[in-house]
Design a protein around this ligand. Structure first.
Ligand code: ADP
Ligand code: ASP
Ligand code: MG
Length: 435
């Protein structure tokens, strides 16, 4: 069997669902487990519903009604008015409404998972019903019956042995009946049957969990790009598709922030040597990118940009050297506050880390270490990572930027930069000597 994953962009409207059905017609006779995300930007929209509910500003219900209506509009385009799918989708929306009936307390992350998971539940119900209606025999599976997690809401940790047992018990009998199994990305459940989510953009990871547990022959993620490119096409022109990359390269790229694949996706696949294909749902005949075993290839420069970064310049108050026990304390506090250190450098009495700029967490960090350290915070920065760098690529990426921090390790260069204001870098003729 194979695992396919369709992200939010591929099912953002009725035409998108029709396109997915057209792609799947080509696989009519294959056993497929299909993982689907929430449609379009509905995860963001559901987050906004919860934010309004927590603020108790009276807007939550109207925002939730808008999410519901956008789904019903798609249903009306695809199904007859009396189709059972309307009731089935409505039942799921009612479960979300229960969350809005509770008074928000100290359980934000828990409420988040119960409400935001509705996006994946309804999209998978709609896709399954639409495939069935299109003549592709399809069964719907609740991913919460398979993906077992601890109760870290919003970042559920997978309990692998339980998940594997669930997958192997539930999925093969469904596939044996023929046709497809459609299930949700992003969600799982605790041992008390509460819904968890696996972290934003986690549907790629869900597909890898299913692939690993079911020993899939391959996994394919269908995206709005021709494959994995050597830079984010939203930020760069003249990008090149990578035809094949190793698991190792993919894990490095995603670790540094290449958002085309969720960073947790690669390990479960690599561990079972399951190839991952990244293909375009806009051009399904295109060759895409294959990610597989670690024969190192010759790579062009690969660029990853992480925006909204901060530098914390930490120095000891008493001029003592930054030693191991200081670092141990600093890292423990960062880990407790879930501050992810992207890069670091130290001198005798100072230590600099590059972290995502999450103001409330950074403020807590600075307060917690102020007894021993002075901390200077610098924000509005970008972290640029270049794998397989060339001097030409570095020079072109530095144009118009001030480099605050740079490090080269083997074939990876990282630099933290800020834009030089236009006024400071107005280009003028360089005076040339007359003698
Ligand atoms: P999904 O719909 O599956 O959630 P995403 O939007 O998360 O898809 O991922 C696809 C997007 O990732 C692309 O539209 C592209 O803008 C972005 N992206 C960032 N880096 C890369 C890269 N190196 N190669 C291809 N796409 C990239
Ligand atoms: N719908 C979730 C999100 O937007 C999961 C995913 O799309 O991968 O984060
Ligand atoms: Mg995504």
């Amino acid at each position: 069997m194979k695992v396919f994953k369709f992200g939010g962009a591929s099912v953002k409207d009725a035409a998108g669902l029709q396109n997915v059905a057209n792609i799947l017609q080509r696989y009519k006779n294959e056993p497929l487990v299909i993982i689907v995300s929430a449609m379009g930007k509905n995860t963001n929209a559901l987050e906004a519903v919860l934010a309004a509910h927590v603020k108790q500003n009276g807007e939550a219900q109207a925002l939730y009604d808008a999410v519901k209506e956008s789904h019903y509009a798609i249903l009306r385009e695809l199904f007859d008015a009396n189709d059972d799918i309307f009731t089935s989708v409505n039942d799921t929306f009612v479960e979300g409404e229960w969350v809005l009936e509770e008074t928000p307390a100290d359980n934000y992350d828990y409420m988040y998972d119960q409400l935001v998971s509705v996006g994946e539940l309804v999209s998978s119900k709609i896709l399954a019903a639409f495939l069935q209606k299109s003549g592709l025999h399809t069964q719907w599976l609740d991913a919460r019956d398979v993906v077992a997690t601890d109760n870290t809401y919003r970042e559920g940790w997978v309990i692998w042995d339980k998940t594997k047992a669930n997958a192997q018990r539930l999925v093969p009998p469904m596939l044996e009946k023929g046709g497809f199994v459609v299930t949700q990305g992003f969600i799982g459940s605790t041992s008390e049957n509460f819904t968890t989510t696996l972290g934003r953009e986690g549907s790629d990871y869900s597909a890898a969990i299913f692939s690993h547990c079911l020993d899939a022959e391959s996994m394919t993620i269908w995206k709005d790009v021709p494959g994995v490119l050597n830079a984010d096409p939203r930020l760069f022109e003249n990008v090149t598709k990578l035809d094949r990359i190793s698991y190792r390269e993919a894990i490095e790229m995603t670790y540094y922030g290449a958002s085309v694949i969720h960073p947790k996706t690669i390990k479960p696949l690599q561990n079972k040597n399951i190839p991952l294909y990244v293909k375009s749902f806009i051009d399904p005949d295109g060759p895409g990118t294959e990610i597989s075993s670690d024969n190192e290839e010759l790579y062009p420069p690969i660029i990853v940009v992480e925006k909204n970064q901060a530098l914390l310049h930490i120095s000891t108050l008493d001029y003592s050297f930054v030693a191991e026990q200081h670092m141990a304390r600093l890292f423990r506090i960062a880990a407790d506050l879930r501050i992810f250190v992207n890069s670091m450098q130290n001198t005798a009495i100072s230590f600099t880390i590059c972290v995502p700029n999450i103001p409330d967490r950074l403020e807590k960090f600075i307060n917690s270490v102020s007894d021993e350290f002075k901390v200077k915070l610098e924000t509005g920065l970008e972290l640029i990572t270049i794998r397989h760098y060339t001097e030409e690529t570095i020079a072109s990426l530095k144009k118009g930027k001030m480099v605050l921090f740079e490090e080269r390790i083997q074939n990876t260069l990282q630099m933290v930069v800020k834009n030089i204001p236009l006024i400071e870098r107005r280009e003028v003729d360089i005076p040339s000597r007359k003698d």
